[in-house]
Design a protein around this ligand. Structure first.
Ligand SMILES: [Zn+2]
Length: 220
């Protein structure tokens, strides 16, 4: 843990003073322009991946970048989405999956991997639809291809789940929100985005404004 404490001290000594004006401004308010829903995996670093700084991304991370369907029960993801849209007025939400995801691997391996992890097993049921869809679509796939397909399919399933949230549905209807589905490949640094019009994941550079919800997303 020493290196972590050293990092905090270094931040206070070297980083904060150099950007004090920014931090002072941010101490009063935040105006992030994107909500980033990603996996807790330590190798997925939203600010690094998008080259954004403090105050620019509103981030939720959990095992498997999951968005449970809307429920009146208390939930951290639900509350964060509601706040992002209704209070912060964030115009873009991305759900970002990633290559070699441990949560998706656990689903792939099934019961043997999850029997000692009851909480994880229950949480990952939110990805059951993705698991079943991939099993149906890629019956003979290699382990690697199956996992890759599951990572992509899970992003689409979580996008569908997000659309069940009333705040999201309302903002989409009012054309105040765009939602995006990304997959980050950490072995190459590439990011794919889901283009609903093409029904495919495409390189983000070739379709930077691709939307996961066709016909509902034309912001001014
Ligand atoms: Zn992951």
């Amino acid at each position: 843990m020493d290196h972590i404490i050293d990092g905090v001290l270094r931040f206070q000594r070297d980083v904060y003073p150099n950007r004090e004006a920014l931090f002072q401004e941010l101490s009063l308010a935040q105006t992030p322009t994107m909500m980033f829903i990603g996996c807790s995996d330590s190798r997925v670093v939203p600010e690094l991946l998008t080259q954004q700084g403090p105050g620019e991304l509103f981030v939720v991370r959990n095992a498997g970048n999951i968005v449970p369907p809307y429920s009146p029960q208390p939930g951290g993801v639900t509350a964060s989405i509601e706040y992002a849209i209704a209070v912060l007025g964030i115009p873009d939400i991305v759900i970002c999956g990633h290559s070699n995801c441990g949560a998706m691997t656990a689903i792939q391996k099934g019961a043997e991997r999850l029997e000692s992890l009851p909480a994880v097993a229950r949480w990952l049921h939110y990805a059951d639809v993705a698991r079943d869809a991939v099993a149906l679509e890629y019956p003979g796939a290699s382990e690697k291809d199956y996992l890759d397909a599951l990572v992509h399919e899970n992003v689409l399933v979580q996008l569908d789940n997000m659309l069940t949230h009333p705040t999201v549905a309302k903002a989409l209807e009012a054309k105040q929100l765009r939602v995006h589905g990304w997959v980050y490949d950490m072995s190459s640094g590439t990011v794919e985005t889901y283009d609903a019009n093409a029904h495919a994941f495409v390189p983000i550079g070739s379709a930077p404004f691709a939307s996961a919800t066709p016909g509902k997303t034309q912001l001014p």
